[in-house]
Design a protein around this ligand. Sequence first.
Ligand code: MRU
Length: 340
Amino acid sequence: MNGETDEKLRRLRAVWFENNEVVMIDQRLLPGKVEFFRARNTEDIAHAIKDMVVRGAPAIGITAAWGLALAKKNGEDMEEATRIIGGTRPTAYDLFRAIRFMIANGFSLEAARRYQQEITNRCRKIGEYGNELIPSPAQILTHCNAGALAVTEWGTALAPLRIASQQGKQIFVFVDETRPRLQGARLTAWELQNEGIPYAVIADNAAGHFMHTGQVNLAIVGADRIAANGDFANKIGTYEKAVVAHENGVAFYVAAPASTFDFTISSGEEIPIEERSEDEVLSLGGERLAPEKSRAKNPAFDVTPAKYVSAFITEYGIFKPSELKKLRAMIQKDLFMRED
Ligand code: MRU
């Protein structure tokens, strides 16, 4: 590992640009191995996003931004590159936001760098606002991985936890394992362990028990796309966690930067849900679980209605679903995020 790579890993960037390559921590191999995937063209970028070398909505957007800058530098057909990268994963809104940003900024490397830096800075703000919602001590539930691996450096749902922990608050995290890809057990646990934040991995079907028995004070999750009415898509299983939180009076927060809000759609019904391979459900770590002829269904995301959301934690502050019009007006005035 060279010095620069080592430095990036220490700051936990999911993706960066180095020596004319887009470099990613290969998240398929964590926590067992820390290896890097190097993309040299659009085909490599598309493979990395589809196969989940890199994943998490903001990180997908950042990778797309770097990928388009790389394609431009390579002299590739940009219409084709945009089409291929835009066709990788349908649910994460950040992907489409990043593509539009790169088109508007001539696909330059400088634009990709700026995009990454902006999103990173915004996640730090999410951490600061979200920290205000965390008492000490606090027992916090999270689902999937919405940490540095899903953004770079701070994460969304994990950003408030990082800051709370740095400030000496006594926090404990219940980490949903998050079948079928185990982003919780593999990635969130790895991040929390590296930060020295106490946690326990729990089976996905155990979260209800911990909420019902009063062991969870609040839940914080990320989002892949948030509709104008506050319905939001996130990793499959989020919906049932939100319902159980509501039933048990546990506050349920969604942490996301403006790049994840899709005000062009009025409700969650319009969010496209990615269907992934049956193998992800039928096998685990390459080992077949179910009988040979079994079929599986594997939606990667579900939609949680806004009524289950206590508040959205954003870089502009904290908003109840009923206050999203105010957020929308703020985003429209934000030169980096506005899309008209
Ligand atoms: O399929 P993934 O791993 O890309 O799904 C990731 C999630 O659902 C995250 O919670 C979401 O993208 C927010 S990441 C800051």
